[in-house]
Design a protein around this ligand. Sequence first.
Ligand SMILES: Cc1cc2nc3c(=O)[nH]c(=O)nc-3n(C[C@H](O)[C@H](O)[C@H](O)COP(=O)(O)O)c2cc1C
Length: 170
Amino acid sequence: MSQASETAPSLSQSFRAAMGCFTTGVTIVTSCSTAGPVGMTANSLTSVSLDPSLLLVCLKKGGLTGEAIRAHRSFAINLLAEAQEDLAMRFARPSDNRFGGVEVDWDARGVPLIHGSAAHIVCDLHAVHDAGDHEIFLGQVVSSVHDKAIEPLVFRAGRFGTYQPRAVPA
Ligand SMILES: Cc1cc2nc3c(=O)[nH]c(=O)nc-3n(C[C@H](O)[C@H](O)[C@H](O)COP(=O)(O)O)c2cc1C
């Protein structure tokens, strides 16, 4: 291997590393398949429009959760609390039983809402757009609840953390 290929990161590596400087919250996107609830950890959430209320999340092509959302036509965004790092890890790894022992409520649209989350946003599928090795799932928000008292889980440069607001100046 040449020295140049050892030292120079590819464009996708440097892009990924640069995006690590962008601190995000952490969500679990949930929906329902014929086999039961499905969900995956995602931090690509973006608020898109207020009127109408739209959001987007980018999901890797070929994943179970994206497939289920296409079929079920509705999904939920569970905005994770700082105490839910273990769930964030569990829903990012391959497993036959991601929901084992996880307490959920079922929304009227048949999507699972994970207990203890800082917010739940339920969406109907508005559109799916092709985007490289991912797809952009646009959701039309149909309901949204949050608990201001719950501190969020945050993610930066491959590590989970907690949010520390600056003290309000006296
Ligand atoms: C903090 C964090 C954020 C993630 N964000 C995304 C994301 O936005 N989109 C995505 O496709 N995968 C994301 N992943 C990876 C998926 O959670 C992982 O590939 C998961 O196994 C996919 O689930 P599936 O089997 O239902 O497709 C993220 C993982 C972590 C730990």
